[in-house]
Design a protein around this ligand. Sequence first.
Ligand SMILES: Cc1cc2nc3c(=O)[nH]c(=O)nc-3n(C[C@H](O)[C@H](O)[C@H](O)COP(=O)(O)OP(=O)(O)OC[C@H]3O[C@@H](n4cnc5c(N)ncnc54)[C@H](O)[C@@H]3O)c2cc1C
Length: 430
Amino acid sequence: MWDFSTEPEFQAHLDWMRDFVRDEVRPLELLGLSPEQFDRATAPLKERVKERGLWAAHLPPDLGGQGYGQVKLGLMHEILGTTPFAPMVFGNSAPDSGNSEILALAGTEEQKDRWLHPLLNGDLRSAFSMTEPETAGSDPTLLQTRATKDADGWVISGHKWFSSHASIADFLIVMAVSDPDARPHQRASMFIVPADAPGVRIARDVATMEHPEDVYGQLGGHAEVFYDDVRVGPDALLGAEGAGFLIAQQRLGPGRIHHCMRWLGVAKRAFDMMCERATYRFSHGSVLGEKQSVQNFIADSAAEMHAARLMTLHAAWLMDTQGAAGARREISLIKFYGAKVLHDVIDRAVQVHGALGYSTDLPLEQMYRYARAWRLYDGADEVHRQTVARLILRGYVAPADGVPTEHVPTRRAEAQRRFADILEAVTSND
Ligand SMILES: Cc1cc2nc3c(=O)[nH]c(=O)nc-3n(C[C@H](O)[C@H](O)[C@H](O)COP(=O)(O)OP(=O)(O)OC[C@H]3O[C@@H](n4cnc5c(N)ncnc54)[C@H](O)[C@@H]3O)c2cc1C
């Protein structure tokens, strides 16, 4: 059965969200708020989201969420993605939302009481600390950060970077090698490390293409962190020893669906700007919307966004009906395809706006810098392409005789043998 409709009650939520995000949340983008000012400005908005029953909707109802499946969450994220602040106002911004899923999935009751519930209430902030400057993030089996067990717990030593939000976090979920002799995907474990534990040294927020200015302790910062013999108790271990990759894998699937739908929200915003501009900017005898190249930009963008949307919702549906393993190929597909669509639509919107598009008078240049990162993180494009190709190739075998299955002379000879009597009859009739 194929059905592309949205339940009317949920559609009413989506309509409310669209207006609320546009009218109440988007204006905050323009104020350059400090984390404290941001908390003050968003506190009443968060209350309205909670009253509406939409807070932390990614979590099961026993943890205060809605237990929405991935299709509904996807549709929701398409709206929230139109501004970086909306996910925070709805209690499901990265990295806190992913970390809350990890804690819900793998945490003990004590860990949930101490870390998860305050995180969900918005009383704590978190970071996920895996990538290291010295090893390829694309291949986390190479991780060097070590967690060594002793009688009192664990000692963690290592060097990480791009731990998003670490400079404002209360705790970090750190991926460290706990058994270097185990099989590659069973070497690492996850640990909950309080940000103020002795030996945690947050060296800087790395200035990036998205945030080129050197600031520290802001929302959206990506920190470089040293773990200098950080001592944590046995209760810091999150999930089973050696289960770090398994937990990360379970968390990443839904996260990627949410990211892809958020990108579509951003892409639609850029697309709307491009179309609006096309209606009135006049050059060489007509408005831009009458130039074929601009019409191609619009039509190609609409087609690509539609394809990415259907692919993402299909991946979400697979996730809901068959679980993470059943959606693996589709998740990798949307990760690199969605990132490219986002990038290309923004790029065209910049082009149609000319110098204005390149300027900071429009949000397009900022979107463009944001979009570039997505081809790298949560798995570089190439790694997802590799996954897709590997999974697809599992469905193929080399022909036993080394001749391609579709080889025309071989197929023709086979068909001539098979239908020899018909061919002979025709010939004798002649
Ligand atoms: C904005 C941003 C936020 C981030 N937030 C976090 C965070 O919160 N926590 C965290 O732990 N990390 C975070 N990261 C890090 C991110 O996960 C890594 O950047 C990513 O995994 C890639 O790792 P790398 O940077 O070490 O690149 P590398 O692994 O060195 O890869 C570099 C390039 O090599 C090529 N390559 C690698 N492998 C292959 C292959 N198999 N086939 C073909 N080509 C290949 C690709 O072109 C790739 O882009 C963030 C990164 C960014 C940019």
